[in-house]
Design a protein around this ligand. Structure first.
Ligand SMILES: [Zn+2]
Ligand SMILES: [Zn+2]
Length: 320
């Protein structure tokens, strides 16, 4: 999500800035411009910032409340408490009815079912009871995203290094136990050895390190709103997290305790990035990684502990 302490340009970062980078193309191609005033590509570019590594910048003036772009996640997974009531893929609330034909298993739609079918079938066959129990007891949510990615890779739906372009957390706690649980759940599936080559303890640690600081907790906005302007202005009433997801482009936004961009989820994991105020051409776009209503000390503690940096945004510098 951020890149604070070093300005070292990794080979991956150079690749990121290359116009031929397929990941960036993928992200951009998922963007839709639905406002009536602006058509064409989203008004942003990813570039190097003065102090925080890469960041996202406006390529033209952006008006308050403008939908800057939307983004689809690379990996998503429901919270364990919501696993039976939201879509396996897009985390949309499932509608239950007496007519079981209206619901395609754990999916909200045939579209989601088709998109995730290959790894869903695989994931469904394995026994995750130990792994889930372990996560539930320790309150861990990120291993679920690693599990999902492992299944996607085995099913050929993602590459093993698809999120390696994102920055990793510096410290990763011990993972031996969860890794061996994941490994034995997957080994019960009769996958060829060749297809499991990627699944080393090092791969697990690398993915978890990136998931830890890049995953977004998905909180849907209650109800549905047509007027996005009103939505951004309102203090948003959010349902407790329905799941977690990792995105590429939204992860390049740096943090600010008084952000100019807001990331919201209306009814599914598809994110919308909206301007909170007028933004000038060339200005950096920033989102708030945490609850912006917290006081100065609480924000600093969470940002340091969870993301590994000391925030020096204008609001923090003024001790607000
Ligand atoms: Zn869905
Ligand atoms: Zn700050």
């Amino acid at each position: 999500m951020l890149f604070v302490t070093s300005r070292y340009l990794s080979p991956q970062f150079k690749k990121l800035l290359s116009p031929s980078n397929p990941l960036l193309k993928f992200s951009i191609s998922t963007i839709s411009t639905t406002t009536t005033n602006h058509v064409g590509p989203p008004p942003i570019r990813v570039d190097i910032t003065e102090s925080a590594g890469r960041g996202v910048f406006a390529t033209r003036r952006i008006e308050a409340a403008e939908l800057i772009h939307t983004a689809k996640p690379v990996i998503s997974h429901p919270s364990l408490s919501k696993i039976d009531c939201v879509c396996y893929l897009c985390l949309k609330k499932l509608k239950f009815s007496n007519d079981s034909q209206t619901r395609v298993d754990r999916f909200c739609s045939e579209e989601c079912h088709q998109e995730a079918k290959a790894y869903y079938e695989l994931e469904k066959k394995a026994d995750w009871s130990d792994y889930h129990k372990y996560c539930r007891n320790l309150g861990l949510k990120y291993p679920l995203l690693v599990k999902r990615l492992a299944c996607m890779v085995i099913a050929g739906a993602a590459s093993a290094d698809c999120i390696h372009i994102l920055q990793p957390a510096h410290i990763i706690p011990k993972i031996e136990v969860e890794y061996s649980m994941l490994r034995s759940a997957i080994e019960g599936l009769n996958i060829t050895k060749e297809n499991l080559n990627f699944l080393s303890e090092q791969w697990y640690a690398d993915v978890l390190a990136r998931v830890r600081i890049n995953a977004f907790r998905i909180e849907m906005v209650a109800g549905s709103y047509d007027d996005l302007h009103a939505l951004a202005a309102a203090s948003v009433e959010a349902e407790a997290g329905v799941g977690n997801a990792v995105y590429i482009l939204p992860s390049f936004y740096n943090h600010d305790c008084d952000p100019n961009v807001h990331i919201i989820w209306i009814d599914s994991v598809h994110a919308r990035l909206k301007a909170l105020r007028d933004i000038e051409e060339g200005e950096e776009l920033r989102i708030c990684y945490i609850d912006a209503s917290l006081d100065h000390n609480a924000r600093q503690d969470i940002l340091q502990g969870g993301f590994g940096f000391k925030c020096s945004c204008p609001r923090c510098l003024s001790s607000d």
